[in-house]
Ligand binder design. Structure first.
Ligand code: G3H
Ligand code: 13P
Ligand code: ZN
Length: 311
């Protein structure tokens, strides 16, 4: 089976009241952990690659790893560029075989975001590739960009219809209170998502797939393992899983998860090396990281996204 786009995945997810997991991949163990979990529960998948991941692993390696995962599992997999910041990087991923790209014009003015996004959509659609746009700014860290709380802003529901009509995007990422990274709220602050904004967006864009970035829950099991082995994550706070379940039942069709994968992988490696400081074969300590990723992703697919059995 070749790579697929997210079009059919999103249509079914919207109608079925569940969401597709979009997991960031950077190396072989991460790809294997995610896809083995999805194969076990027969879940469709979006695997996404950031500019940083392409820099770290090279486009061609990530492409081949994902192709290998399709051959190994037979799953429908969409390969997506996460947070493309220019037309050039989107073009490079489209030309290089990705089936979906995000053009993140959220740091630009509304008019400039529309213009840039439209340019990417025109190029992508001519080649059968789908496009995710973004309106509103999430706080947190993406690559080298650190968006402070003051610079973040919720999506304005009154803007979404015009943005989608003028750009022709296939899905839209919105800001309703999630943020990137492991420290999503200040200590003592209660996690909160603006479901009222999501509802307004849903009314204005009927049957249109919405994307939630910054949606890791910062799972305590992995945080504790890292902290017990020299970590410093006491103030880490994620998005509660019941809020993500609620979003998945609404118009949110794609939920982005990276930080939880990082925590699971690191927990496995740290725990192993603490117990066996004498080991120096990377297979000995990378395998437990991969095991924790498999465990994490399986739980997400079944308990949070509700997309198990939908492949
Ligand atoms: O949203 C950002 C993702 O977590 C990717 O992070 O740019 O450090 O690879 P990265
Ligand atoms: P997290 O940092 O919450 O995992 O978000 C990942 C993300 O949005 C990737 O685009
Ligand atoms: Zn993101």
């Amino acid at each position: 089976m070749p790579l697929v786009t997210s079009t059919e995945m999103f249509r079914k997810a919207y109608d079925g009241g569940y969401a597709i997991g979009a997991f960031n991949v950077n190396n072989m163990e991460i790809v294997q952990g995610i896809t083995e979990a999805a194969a076990e529960v027969r879940a469709p998948l979006i695997l996404q690659v950031s500019a940083g991941a392409r820099k770290y692993a090279k486009h061609v390696y990530l492409m081949k790893l994902v192709e290998a995962a399709i051959e190994d599992t037979g799953l429908p997999i969409c390969l997506h560029l996460d947070h493309g910041e220019s037309f050039e990087i989107c073009k490079s991923c489209i030309d290089g075989g990705f089936t979906s790209v995000m053009i993140d014009g959220s740091k630009h003015s509304f008019a400039d975001n529309i213009e840039l996004t439209r340019k990417v959509v025109d190029y992508a659609h001519e080649r059968g590739v789908v496009v995710e746009g973004e309106l509103g700014r999430l706080a947190g860290i993406e690559d080298d960009v650190n968006v402070s709380d003051e610079d973040s802003s919720y999506t304005r529901p009154e803007d979404v219809q015009e943005f989608v009509e003028k750009t022709g995007v296939d899905s839209l990422a919105i800001a309703i209170g999630t943020s990137h990274g492991a420290f999503k709220y200040k200590p003592g602050q209660k996690p909160q998502l603006r479901f009222d904004i999501l509802e307004e967006v849903e009314k204005r864009l009927p049957n249109f797939p919405i994307v939630l970035h910054g949606a890791s829950s910062v799972i305590p099991k992995y945080v504790e393992i890292i902290d017990n082995n020299g970590g410093n994550l006491a103030d880490a706070i994620g998005i509660p899983e019941d809020m993500l379940r609620q979003a998945a039942k609404m118009a949110v069709c794609k939920i982005n998860i990276d930080t939880d994968l990082r925590l699971a992988m690191t927990a496995g490696v740290r725990e192993h090396l603490t117990a066996h400081p004498e080991h120096f074969d990377p297979r000995q300590y990378l395998a437990p990281g991969r095991d924790y990723i498999r465990e994490l992703v399986k739980a997400k697919l079944i308990n949070v996204l509700g997309c198990d059995g939908k492949a």
